[in-house]
Design a protein around this ligand. Structure first.
Ligand code: LM2
Ligand code: CA
Length: 480
């Protein structure tokens, strides 16, 4: 359950937040596979409530486990999984299994199913009132008031969302049935939403009911990757991330704070992983610079760097993808100004297509951070250094850092303007492309810049001069 099931030595995941299935399928083929990404976290694929104005968060209120959502229908989902797997790109589903919709909501969901949350009536699953936690032991609102009362955090309603009782065999079976439907289609794993609000023992029991992955794309006997969303910012008495490391990886939200800090002051790179802060060990950590919640002040919020600060964001991603701590996910956003704002929409409320401009950037309001050359280049870097677990030749000078990765790659970053000189890259001699500028091209050169020569003693003359892209990165899979 800890293995992301990547193809070959691919590593980086990208969250294509609110993308439609057809657009994701195309992106796997035309961009993610060639750039060395491992997989995609997709928005919740199951039936959800429809809220006026179509905020993104309507998809965190399930109505049923039918695969009919704002991103597309079941057949489109199946096509996406097949097309992506066929080019070696994995699909990870954002699974909302803690709760169903919020109280006060009723009517029809995105797949046309009837529901009534106040009656806890979700006939398309089906769930009835007996499948939910009662309000005994909860405050009068039945909601979570105290975040240090662990039983309340797990048995009462998060934000008034009707809370499933995962201790019941019938509920476990229905959740596992949903996950198994997705596994049989070919998904590689799950982000378990609101992990903090469920008991680890119940989650373990559910994961043990899941099928092996589809042998059309995975070796026999493989289990799905589980990563649990647990917001642990080390407040005394609250749920701890470490409670979940036995059953999968766990989101490390302290990393978001650390990386924002380090991207501003590279001298702090030594403290990126800080056990003193209670951070989980590298092999258990699922890390990201920002996510769909904290980039807009939801889900713990905090000081996080986002696409709105592009230069710093690229530095943060270069450190995340270049370094060794945790399993990395890249956020891919749409432009927003208010926190509830949904994805770019047509007049009828449907989500707009992702369009790709001639220069490779995205249009129609999609930001596509994962396509920024610096970030895509570092995704390819992470693939090349996947089996090199060391950091060598690290050189920190003020707000600048350089390091190599076991003879497979070398990175230098400057937050102090231009930086040039001779560096020990630790790499085999040859001609490489600075993947921050561009990839190797078919003429034996590099796009965006002249090739870089590494001498037989591993040294190279390196120059960083572009304030907006203050990174230099070469690796053994991008030779000129
Ligand atoms: C998560 N992780 O644990 C998600 O990452 C986060 O995006 C989800 O909240 C949350 N858990 C529940 O799945 C989002 C959003 C909330 C929104 C909920 C449900 O951040 O603001 O709450 O989805 O749609 C909304 C309203 C809130 C209301 C609630 C219930 O914003 O005011 O609470 O619905 O009706 C009364
Ligand atoms: Ca719960």
């Amino acid at each position: 359950y800890h293995d992301p099931n990547c193809k070959d030595n691919r590593v980086a995941m990208v969250h294509l937040f609110e993308w439609k299935w057809n657009d994701i399928a195309a992106e796997c083929e035309r961009f993610l596979a060639p750039m060395g990404y491992c997989g995609v976290q997709v928005s919740p694929p199951n039936e959800h409530v429809i809220v006026d104005g179509y905020p993104w968060w309507q998809r965190y209120q399930p109505v049923s486990y039918k695969l009919e959502s704002r991103s597309g229908n079941r057949q489109e989902f199946i096509n996406m999984v097949e097309r992506c797997n066929n080019v070696g790109i994995r699909i990870y589903v954002d699974a909302i299994i803690n709760h169903m919709s919020g109280t006060g909501r009723s009517g029809k969901g995105s797949g046309g199913s009837d529901f009534d949350a106040d009656e806890m009536h979700f006939p398309a699953v089906p769930y009835t009132i007996a499948d939910f936690n009662g309000c005994g032991g909860c405050p009068a609102c039945c909601c979570i008031n105290s975040w240090t009362d662990v039983a309340q955090v797990r048995n009462c309603r998060l934000l008034g969302l009707t809370d499933l009782n995962q201790a019941l065999p019938g509920v476990r079976q229905k959740i596992a049935g949903f996950l198994n439907d997705l596994i049989d289609i070919g998904v590689a794993g799950f982000r378990i939403d609101a992990g903090k609000h469920m008991w680890p023992a119940d989650l373990k029991a559910i994961s043990e009911l899941t099928n092996d992955l589809n042998t059309k794309w995975f070796p026999a006997g493989r289990k799905a990757f589980f990563f649990y969303e647990v917001i642990d910012l080390a407040q005394v008495g609250e749920v701890r991330a470490q409670e979940y490391t036995g059953i999968g990886k766990v989101t490390e939200f302290r990393y978001c704070i650390k990386i924002d800090d380090v991207a501003g002051g590279l001298w702090g790179i030594h403290g990126l992983y800080d056990p003193g802060w209670g951070m989980v060990e590298s092999t258990d950590a699922f890390v990201f610079v920002d996510n769909h919640d904290n980039q807009r002040g939801h889900g713990g919020g905090g000081n996080v760097v986002t696409y709105k600060n592009p230069r710093k964001y690229k530095v943060a991603q270069a450190v995340t993808l270049g370094y060794t701590y945790g399993h990395p996910r890249v956020m891919s956003s749409y432009e927003f100004t208010t926190d509830g704002q949904g994805p770019p929409a047509n007049g009828d409320g449907s989500t707009k297509d992702v369009v790709i401009n001639a220069d490779g950037s995205c249009g129609n309001g999609w930001v596509c951070e994962h396509r920024w050359q610096a970030i895509a280049g570092m995704a390819s870097f992470r693939k090349a250094v996947a089996n090199a677990n060391t950091i060598d030749n690290q050189r920190t000078e003020g707000n600048k850092v350089a390091f190599s990765r076991g003879g497979r790659g070398f990175v230098a970053i400057s937050n102090e303007g231009s930086w040039s000189g001779t560096f020990q890259t630790g790499m085999p001699s040859g001609r490489y492309c600075n993947v921050i500028r561009g990839c190797p091209n078919s003429n034996g050169g590099c796009n965006g810049a002249e090739p870089v020569t590494v001498n037989s003693d591993g040294t190279a003359s390196v120059s960083i001069a572009d304030w907006d892209n203050p990174i230099f990165a070469i690796h053994v899979e991008a030779k000129a």
